[in-house]
Design a binder for this molecule. Structure first.
Ligand SMILES: *Cc1c(COP(=O)(O)O)cnc(C)c1O
Length: 354
């Protein structure tokens, strides 16, 4: 088996990086905040900057307590392990990140099963959830948790409307299940919906947000929920090796992101709308109109696979990601300007015409 990830080709510089909103570099001001951070031993509870980040995030999300972790994947895995016991069933969208992109962690770490629910744009309805509820019986797995993604990544960055989310959470709670939100981009949803983040997550028992998705930090995610839940989750964080030492340097970058990089997500959404509009004019490209910062598109009509389009763009300094044979994705973020979006559209047009 070959090792992954493959080493990037550094010989051709990437000028317009639409591969993902994870591709941002920490800004000089963010680095200064990191350099100035007061630090301690995060694992031992003596890093004041990590506590400050946790307090700020808990307040932002309207939850009692929060915990800093190295990645969003670890937030999901720790949350699932804390909520569930081996043999339990989790109900989630069939395209959920926990299902497709976490290396089988729910099975390997928590011993749980995931039942994938259908629904357009990564969102399932309360009726679909209700239909998936099993009668309580010794034959059936215990259904412990409903998981939702806000925004829905493979759903095109779609936002769960607050009312739909409440209806789903109500069904879950009526059946004794908890609701966990993969909030990798929950602040994109809050900005796009024009609703306070705490209101977006109010119906979820636990939620995390990623500081490396469009918020511009180099590392870190924060899981929030009830105090006793976070207390239990700490054992899993320790067990998986997620406890840190002078984590305050990274927490300082995240605090900087909360202070400076949240409201500006609206610019990314405007750039994504501009990109979608521009790409929609390219013959053969069918664009899914974005709600937030991700533009998914179909390349079939252009006679190219998404991978072929990506390979033709790369030597010209533009990167996109591939999400299916003919499905590509371009993401906007704070290191892509409106002028670069226009340039990227022109480059796409020219490679497709060639
Ligand atoms: C990126 C992402 C994750 C994982 O976060 P990492 O910080 O990369 O581990 C989880 N869920 C969704 C929806 C994501 O987009």
């Amino acid at each position: 088996m070959s090792y992954e990830p493959k080493r990037a080709d550094f010989s051709v510089p990437v000028r317009i990086n639409l591969y993902s909103d994870t591709q941002t570099r920490p800004s000089p001001a963010m680095k200064e905040a990191m350099m100035a951070a007061e630090v301690g031993d995060e694992q031992g509870g003596s890093d004041p900057t990590v506590w400050e980040l946790c307090d700020r995030t808990a307040a932002l999300l309207g939850k009692e307590a929060a915990m800093f972790m190295p990645s969003g994947t670890m937030c999901n895995q720790v949350a699932l392990a804390t909520h569930c016991r081996p043999g339990d069933e989790i109900l989630a969208h069939e395209d959920a990140h926990i299902q497709s992109s976490e290396a089988g962690g729910p099975g390997a770490i928590s011993g749980v099963m995931i039942r994938g629910l259908p629904g357009a744009r990564g969102i399932f309805s309360a009726d679909t959830l209700r239909d998936a509820i099993r009668p309580v019986s010794r034959y059936a797995p215990a259904q412990r948790l409903v998981e939702v993604e806000q925004t829905a990544n493979k759903g095109g960055g779609a936002c769960w409307p607050i009312g739909d989310l409440k209806a789903v959470a109500d069904v879950a709670h009526q059946h004794g299940m908890k609701v966990h939100m993969d909030g990798a981009r929950v602040l994109n949803a809050a900005v796009a919906l024009g609703v306070a983040a705490a209101d977006v997550v109010a119906d979820c028992d636990t939620v995390w947000l990623d500081f490396t998705k469009g918020l511009g930090a180099p590392l870190g995610a924060v899981l929030a929920g009830p105090g006793d839940f976070i207390g239990e989750a700490w054992r899993w964080k320790q067990r998986l090796g997620g406890s840190m030492r002078q984590g305050g340097m990274n927490a300082a970058a995240c605090i900087y992101a909360l202070q400076h990089n949240v409201a500006r997500l609206a610019e990314d959404h405007a750039n994504a709308a501009g990109l979608a509009h521009g790409m929609a004019q390219i013959p053969g490209i069918v664009v899914e109109m974005p709600e937030t910062n991700m533009v998914f598109f179909d390349t079939k009509g252009a006679g190219l696979t998404a991978a072929e389009l990506a390979a033709r763009l790369r030597p010209l300094g533009v990167t996109i990601s591939v999400s299916g044979s003919y499905r590509g994705r371009a993401c906007t973020h704070l290191d892509v300007t409106a002028a670069q979006i226009e340039e990227a559209v022109a480059i796409m047009r020219s490679v497709i015409a060639a």
